[in-house]
Ligand binder design. Sequence first.
Ligand code: COI
Length: 378
Amino acid sequence: AINNGNPLRVASPASNVTSELADIDWDNLGFGFMPTDYMYIMKCSQGENFSKGELQRFGNIELSPSAGILNYGQGLFEGLKAYRKHDGNILLFRPEENAMRLKMGAERMCMPSPSVEQFVEAVKATVLANERWIPPSGKGSLYIRPLLMGSGAVLGLAPAPEYTLLIYVSPVGNYFKEGLAPINLIVETEMHRATPGGTGGIKTIGNYAAVLKAQSAAKAKGYSDVLYLDSVQKRYLEEVSSCNVFIVKGNLIVTPAIKGTILPGITRKSIIDVALSQGFQVEFFFNLLNEFDMKELRCGGAKVEERLVSVDELLDADEVFCTGTAVVVSPVGSITHQGRRVTYGNDGVGLVSQQLYSALTSLQMGLSEDKMGWIVEL
Ligand code: COI
């Protein structure tokens, strides 16, 4: 280990890394924070480009009390996962998509951002340095959390003079306490997550703090999470606190269109492509459900639509599911809206949701051939 005066700083952790797994209970991973071995840090000044970063021992960081992120919320985050394949190789899922989304968000938040290559290299280095924390195949994944923050001190409202990209990781299992069982959502009618012209479409930290009040109230009443409506007409679906939403009706798979107030989820985008590529299977399952529609569906196939989705359509759907890096594909068992509770068929685990979940996770875990070119093998 090389240290530049800081005993915790290492240039290459390879010698410290053992190939043995960390000694934790791999069978009971939830989505809680667990400290690991290394984090990645890269800094730059306002108006400059990020240059070389480095791995450091995982630990607390030092920030000025006047840092832009602490005072004015000038910060973004990302989320992606690494999987251990059955042959022991490590797989990342579409890391360049996260790099590009971070760039888009940084532009909106007046922050410099690392290049796509810098981001992907930094993610790879962080994952490899923490290899022993990647769950065994089938037991979960290593959640990777890149943070981009205004770390320099400001007092008057302005972009911070210095920025830090920090990447840390934590082994995770299922996001919701329900595990893979269907979740129960409540539609929020008073509070909104985002407004037109605001920052709903980027992954800024403030978007997530803004949902805590509604989410806490919902959880206190026994719901898993909250589904938000648009803030203008108050009748079209936006997203759930931490994920996007899809409905299935007949041979249609529909999700709200991205229009600035909805986070452009990488899982959302991938599920749309997986659904299109799996046309036959989706069609097949619909046929099983609606036998007398078989002929028409065989000709027409399943369609995926991105458009406005009203609450009425939601309540009339055959299936509802959520997508996100953390939640993967979570079936929705019930939706409550203004006191009315609607449950979804098959005990909430719809066949289409199940099919899409299997197709996506098989790809992510390296169990099926990656025809999309989405997997980065380390
Ligand atoms: C993710 O799915 O990666 C997210 O960033 C959502 C977060 C609230 C856990």
